[in-house]
Design a protein around this ligand. Structure first.
Ligand code: BT5
Length: 267
């Protein structure tokens, strides 16, 4: 491995994190290779005591996106991070969660890139319209509350051939393959931001993140094509509402689109 691209190390991730965060970490698992860090987080939640656990891998052999789409996960180049969160959220609060996570993620990744990072609703992160990151949230009910897995994939140093099978435009967080970014530092920053979310989101919901989300919203004010189960239409995106639904105007009428039910693209 290139010297400038150190491997993931627990001590590097932890060093510098304040005690209030360290105290809430149940455990950090780093694997060289695993099927999916989301599965590891899901399994660990069954025995987890503290607020959150972290599951990382240098490579995933069955990394996945939403609806079982594949997440391309080559060795040693990117970040594959899943957080297992023992939450007290209500099901009704889940709607805006992935948007809030995407907002936190940008606040963090901005520290590592001079480029403009935007969110394509609900939660794809893009630089120059190329996807650099995706989020997969999975939940299950437990006796104490709602167990949540937040899976985050971020391309950092991936090269063309490693990403060849990705069927859409993709990019890296790092510019020009300069190998300057230390993934441990990126993970550390993400943890700080998401720890704040774990504390705030149960009270604030998406409301607290709404304004910032809009400032990153790639589709805002754009004419788009919306595809739903039984309907396809063109409309102009107005923004999102306070629960994270996308507001699209068509013939003077506002449609509220819910995450998971639609696909949308710019015209
Ligand atoms: C996502 O799904 O964007 C969520 C991806 C979450 C991945 C993380 S990695 C850690 C954790 N463990 C897991 O197993 N998963 C999570 P979706 O919106 O469905 O997007 C999937 C689509 O993104 C694919 O169909 C491709 O078009 C594209 N894609 C696949 N791999 C990519 C990559 N490395 N970079 C950019 N785009 C990719």
């Amino acid at each position: 491995m290139i010297e400038n691209n150190p491997r993931l190390i627990e001590e590097s991730i932890k060093s510098g994190l304040p005690n209030n965060i360290l105290d809430d970490i149940d455990s950090i698992f780093i694997k060289d290779s695993t099927e999916s860090t989301n599965d590891n987080a899901k399994n660990h939640l069954k025995v987890q005591k503290a607020l959150f656990s972290m599951h990382l891998a240098e490579q995933q052999t069955a990394g996945r996106g939403r609806n079982n789409r594949k997440w391309v996960s080559p060795h040693g180049k990117n970040i594959y991070l899943s957080l297992g969160w023992k939450s007290k959220l209500l099901h009704s609060q889940l709607e805006g969660l992935s948007l809030a996570v995407a907002t936190c993620l940008i606040s963090s990744l901005k520290e590592f890139s001079s480029k403009n990072i935007q969110i394509k609703w609900p939660n794809d992160l893009l630089i120059n319209k190329k996807k650099i990151s995706g989020i997969l949230i999975e939940t299950s009910d437990s006796e104490e509350g709602l167990d949540i897995v937040i899976g985050i994939g971020i391309n950092v140093h991936m090269n063309e051939s490693e990403g060849a099978e990705i069927d859409q435009d993709w990019g890296n967080l790092e510019e020009n393959h300069s190998n300057k970014l230390d993934r441990n530092k990126i993970v550390q920053s993400i943890i700080s931001k998401l720890h704040e979310l774990f504390k705030d989101y149960p009270q604030s919901g998406f409301k607290k993140y709404h304004h910032t989300f809009e400032s990153y919203n790639l589709l805002k004010d754009k004419l788009c094509k919306v595809e739903m189960d039984r309907e396809t239409f063109k409309g102009k995106v107005i923004g999102v509402n306070e629960v994270g639904e996308l507001r699209v105007e068509k013939d003077g009428e506002i449609h509220h689109l819910r995450y998971g039910e639609v696909s949308i693209r710019e015209l």
